[in-house]
Design a protein around this ligand. Structure first.
Ligand SMILES: [Zn+2]
Length: 142
């Protein structure tokens, strides 16, 4: 099976993610269709690397700059009480950072975040489109 962050036609990718576009330092920004943490996004490295230690210094620096920009946009758009950041990759071994807005007294506040076993929260097509446009406007993505 192809890597969903490298292959735009990957079936799983189109089932669970919406591509927003390319960030200033080359990474790709995605919205998770499962919005159980409102505003949740993923920033994917533009090249296929499995582990953070495989990145060159430039790749690390560019990736983290994109993560910071995306995180700031998330904070400004959704006003969470705290952002969580996660790199896992057991399922998809391509370096990508989950950016998860957490809200006081909301889902998993005070704990790490996870998906498994939770009911998915889907938005309407119109709401996803607005979220994509809001992120694009905040981040200057065309
Ligand atoms: Zn990949």
């Amino acid at each position: 099976m192809s890597c969903m962050y490298c292959d735009a036609h990957n079936e799983t990718r189109n089932k669970i993610l919406i591509e927003v576009g390319t960030l200033a330092h080359g990474s790709t920004l995605f919205i998770l269709k499962n919005q159980n943490h409102l505003g949740r996004i993923v920033v994917a490295l533009p090249v296929h690397r499995q582990e953070v230690y495989e990145l060159t210094e430039d790749e690390r620096s560019n990736f983290f700059a994109d993560v910071a920009d995306a995180a700031q946009a998330c904070a400004e758009l959704f006003h969470p009480d705290k952002l969580n950041y996660g790199i896992f990759g057991d399922g998809v071994p391509h370096v990508h950072m989950h950016i998860v807005p957490k809200y006081k007294d909301g889902l998993q506040w005070g704990h790490f975040f996870w998906d498994k076993g939770l009911e998915e929260v889907s938005l309407s097509d119109k709401e996803y489109a607005k979220m994509v446009n809001d992120y694009k406007a905040k981040l200057g993505i065309k």
